[in-house]
Design a protein around this ligand. Structure first.
Ligand code: ADP
Length: 499
């Protein structure tokens, strides 16, 4: 690994911060308490700015605005086609500001600036995809067994709460907001406290695009206060949450204790990548590297457990180390850099303590294991462990950092058994040229997405979500649209039906 610590100042592209207040009912407002909090640049460990700290009473105001917009406002009553046109305009405005938005995610989350710009436009396509679906929402005509005419309506579910994580501030925001807008819902979004900046910018652009006041509200703040106020609110009809399994449990409990709101939860993962003897070794090493290092390992589908068949194990490890040499960690504005800083001090410390734990438990540290370079910034070396046993903490817990656990296997049955030996079930990868092996593994792994000879292949039309303790419900694709709609059956007699 090389560390780009040359003149990192030359890469510090500080965008002007324009929006730091809560966005409620079409206006930027201070929090009722007047409190603000710092958002930190993980490259420098310094505050970028202060942002309004929303709490329960601010969430309540936002929900009132969303409720009014749902019950009496134009948005749910517009034709799907007209909603779609406004969403298209929103997407165009995002494209026009892609560079500035990408810079905000870089300083707030340490994301690669180069990838960010393209990523912003890809995320804007979420709006376009669901805009195209907005006028194709319809029910069915049903043939009942008796003389009735029956049909179903698909109606928007109502006021939606979106609770968003910090690792993909833009794609999570647009991935959740777009289908809900298309469905005709109104909403309150709580971005993660680590990454509030781009969400507020999207709120501003939504207003310019013509999304009516109260439809899309953004309340920045912390999880146990603003976040919990969403999951326990009596007047929110559905919550879409992405975050840790631990917090997912709290969201379920809050929903159960309040109004039984509909939930979809996209939670943690410990995804396996299984590499068979016949795999293209070069590609396998590349994908294993990317699978754990992309976005500094802060990816819920990261391939944190790599299972390699014994015949190619040694050669694979050699290739992996070779490829790692050209992987550069450093300032995410530097176009040569592949890996920026971890999101914050808490995450940085947590990853390092997992690494220490792995060493104590007897895993072999193949490479990495330390903070990197500067005395400033949350940079961690790509870290690979071999001789990892299934019951070690580093093989079981979601670390959410650049830490790979390598394990050996002999047979396909053993690989399947080991890969499934996790409480999670978000994603899996399998590398082989043998179609039977690929098919068998795909159907045997309990996970929401299986990548055969690829990894991280996502698209807006591909439903995404978890099996097991990785949660339930799907983001993206038409599945995500349907979670913001509910079905009503309508029945009427045709002739002289008895009742
Ligand atoms: P991480 O541990 O990776 O930070 P979290 O699950 O804590 O992930 O955070 C994901 C999102 O959930 C963030 O927006 C956070 O503020 C929010 N959150 C955290 N705690 C709660 C809670 N008790 N109730 C609702 N939302 C929460």
């Amino acid at each position: 690994t090389s560390h780009s610590n040359g003149n990192s100042d030359s890469f510090v592209k500080m965008p002007t911060i324009k929006f730091t207040k809560l966005f409620i009912n079409g206006k930027f407002v201070d929090s009722i308490s007047g409190k603000t909090f710092e958002t930190i640049d993980p490259r420098t460990e310094e505050a970028i700015t202060r942002v309004a700290e929303g709490d329960e009473e601010d969430i309540d105001l936002a929900v009132k605005a969303a409720r009014e917009a749902f019950d009496n406002g134009p948005w749910p009553r517009l034709s799907g086609f007209d909603r779609g046109r406004i969403m298209m305009k929103f997407a165009d405005l995002i494209d026009e500001h892609a560079e500035e938005l990408a810079a905000l995610d870089t300083i707030d989350a340490g994301k690669l600036f180069g990838e960010g710009k393209a990523g912003i436009s890809q995320s804007a396509n979420m709006l376009r995809y669901y805009a195209g679906a907005a006028d194709k929402i319809h029910g069915e005509v049903l043939k009942m067994s008796r003389e009735f005419h029956a049909y179903t309506l698909r109606e928007p579910i109502g006021v939606v709460g979106h609770i968003i994580p910090w690792n993909f501030p833009t794609s999570m925001f647009l991935g959740k907001v777009s289908p809900a807008l298309a469905a005709g819902c109104t909403m309150v979004v709580k971005p993660a406290e680590q990454t509030p900046l781009s969400a507020l910018y999207y709120a501003h652009l939504s207003k310019l695009a013509g999304i009516p006041d109260g439809v899309l509200n953004v309340v920045t703040g912390f999880g146990p206060t603003a976040g919990a106020a969403i999951s326990s609110h009596m007047d929110i009809d559905a919550v879409s949450f992405t975050g840790s399994t631990e917090v997912g449990r709290e969201v379920i409990q809050a929903a159960a204790k309040s109004n039984l709101k509909t939930l979809s939860l996209e939670l943690g993962g410990k995804s396996p990548l299984i590499i068979f003897d016949d795999a293209d070794l070069d590609k396998a090493a590349e994908l294993a590297l990317l699978g754990i290092l992309y976005n500094k390992g802060e990816v819920c589908v990261a391939s944190s457990r790599v299972f390699v068949q014994e015949g190619i194990y040694d050669e694979f490890v050699k290739k992996l180390l070779e490829k790692k040499k050209s992987w550069t960690v450093g300032d995410p504005f530097d176009p040569k850099v592949r890996q920026g800083p971890q999101i914050d001090k808490k995450q940085f410390d947590k990853i390092l303590s997992y690494i220490e734990h792995g060493k104590r438990e007897g895993a072999t540290l193949l490479t990495g294991g330390k903070p990197l370079g500067h005395n400033k910034g949350y940079y961690i070396e790509p870290t690979f462990f071999t001789d990892v046993k299934e019951d070690m903490l580093i093989a079981k817990d979601e670390i959410f950092g650049p830490v790979m656990s390598l394990m050996k296997f002999k047979t396909i049955d053993e690989a399947i058994k080991k890969a499934n030996n996790t409480t999670y079930g978000l994603a899996a990868g399998v590398m082989t040229k043998d179609l039977n092996v690929a098919n068998t593994v795909s159907r045997s792994i309990r996970a929401g997405i299986i990548w055969i000879n690829c990894y991280f292949a996502f698209d807006r039309d591909l439903p995404f979500g978890g099996y097991k303790m990785s949660g339930f419900g799907r983001d993206f694709g038409l599945d995500a649209l349907y979670k913001y709609l509910q079905v009503k059956s309508v029945v009427t007699p045709i002739f002289n039906s008895p009742w």
